[in-house]
Design a protein around this ligand. Structure first.
Ligand code: PLP
Length: 398
């Protein structure tokens, strides 16, 4: 079976009806410059070699694929394999695209990397890349998030980044986005806005996708070696969608069933979840046309997930396209299911997963018992869960 899908956007940055570039007119020439610089960079053997050397010697790639034998036997069904992005330097997949963006910014002669962060995961990965590549780094973070995420704030500072506390609005992620964007608009010549997922205006979704595609490329080779065949299913959690598309990219052309897992949080009521593809509608958010959890007025709805990396009211445009074409199925897992899967993986395999990744594990655990023993499930373990243990301890009353 062949699937006719556009994996790269058209010249205007559209994947089917989704994507594009909804930005203020003064930014249009600057985004043209970024697109041009990016297209040149990825054709330049020196750039690609430097990027891949860093992935190998700094990040520690390739990340292994591990056969979760105990978990598979426990579930009495399909065989579960984990792509171990949690073993990367900094503990998640985000370093893959942060390094790519940092190298591109340096090549363009920019002085500073700028971004917003919610829980601080993107901020830490970007501050790491900035330190390595030798750029300044400025991270905007809501004052409430700063209170809640002290260890990540300290990490960013140790890595040499400036953390800007955002005191406006609800003092959370959305306000940090506005603040970071305002700072960018003041000096777009010297500053590179480093987006943390496959979201935002073109060319960001395309760039971040290509930097993350290393995950799927490796997995395609590794799984055949280990399991003797391609996976029947590839499963990943979806916040903005970068770890998911990174894995899926390796299997889009194969017969592998691809499943993206969104957080249904506390309930399906507005404000209780962040299941954008499942419950959202077409609209514009952060410079792109995509599915959005929105009010009648088009304003984004508040969102919730136990996993702060997944609570985003938009989603990468490529996922909107892959949903509409039917190539990827998007399902939901709620807070309780994710928390349960988190504990099972700890106890059965000795692996503490990120609570985001636990959503993908939970879906694998749900379907594995319904499938035959010859079925191969490949799950993207997008990050490690050290960052989540305080919260889990509190939640479980340990
Ligand atoms: C940020 C994060 C995610 C969600 O981001 P995507 O762009 O959807 O991949 C998932 N897992 C971990 C560990 C994260 O840090």
């Amino acid at each position: 079976m062949t699937h006719i899908i556009t994996h790269t956007p058209d010249e205007k940055g559209y994947y089917g009806e989704y994507g594009g570039q909804f930005i203020p007119p003064p930014l249009v020439p600057l985004f043209k410059e970024i697109t041009l610089a990016y297209n040149e960079a990825i054709q330049d053997i020196d750039f690609i070699t430097e990027y891949h050397n860093l992935l190998t010697h700094y990040v520690g790639r390739p990340s292994p694929i591990y056969y979760a034998k105990n978990l598979s036997e426990h579930l009495c069904g399909a065989q579960i394999y984990l792509k171990r992005e949690d073993l990367n330097h900094t503990g998640a997949h985000k370093i893959n695209h942060c390094l790519g963006e940092a190298l591109l910014a340096k090549r363009m002669g920019k002085k500073k990397l700028l971004a917003e962060t919610g829980a601080g995961q993107h901020g830490v990965a970007l501050a790491t890349a900035a330190a390595l590549v030798g750029l300044e780094c400025e991270i905007h973070m809501g004052a409430i998030d700063i209170e809640k995420q002290q260890p990540n704030v300290v990490r960013m500072k140790l890595l040499g980044a400036t953390v800007v506390a955002v005191e406006s609005g609800g003092r959370c992620l959305k306000d940090a986005v506005d603040s970071a964007f305002g700072a960018y608009m003041k000096d777009p010549e010297d500053v590179f806005f480093a987006i943390g997922s496959v979201v935002g205006p073109h060319p960001y979704p395309m760039m971040v996708h290509q930097f993350q595609s290393v995950v799927g490329k490796e997995a395609h080779e590794q799984i055949v070696d280990i399991a003797g065949k391609l996976p029947d299913y590839a499963i990943a959690c979806v916040g903005g969608g970068s770890n998911a598309i990174g894995l899926f990219d390796g299997f889009l052309k194969e017969d592998t069933k691809l499943i993206g897992v969104e957080p249904s949080g506390k309930s399906f009521k507005d404000g209780d979840h962040a299941a954008t593809l499942t419950l959202g509608k077409k609209g514009v958010i952060h410079g792109m046309m995509t599915y959005v959890l929105q009010q009648e007025t088009g304003e984004p709805l508040p969102v919730h997930s136990i996993a702060s990396g997944l609570d985003y009211p938009g989603v990468g445009p490529i996922h909107a396209h892959l949903k509409d074409t039917g190539r990827v199925e998007y399902v939901v897992i709620n807070d309780e299911e994710a928390l349960y899967a988190f504990q099972v993986l700890c106890k059965r395999e000795g692996i503490i997963p990120a609570i985001e990744s636990a959503h993908a594990i939970a879906h694998a655990m749900k379907i594995a018992p319904t499938l035959g023993k010859e079925t191969v499930l490949l799950v993207n373990l997008s990050g490690r869960g050290d960052k989540d243990i305080d919260f889990v301890v509190e939640r479980l009353g340990m």
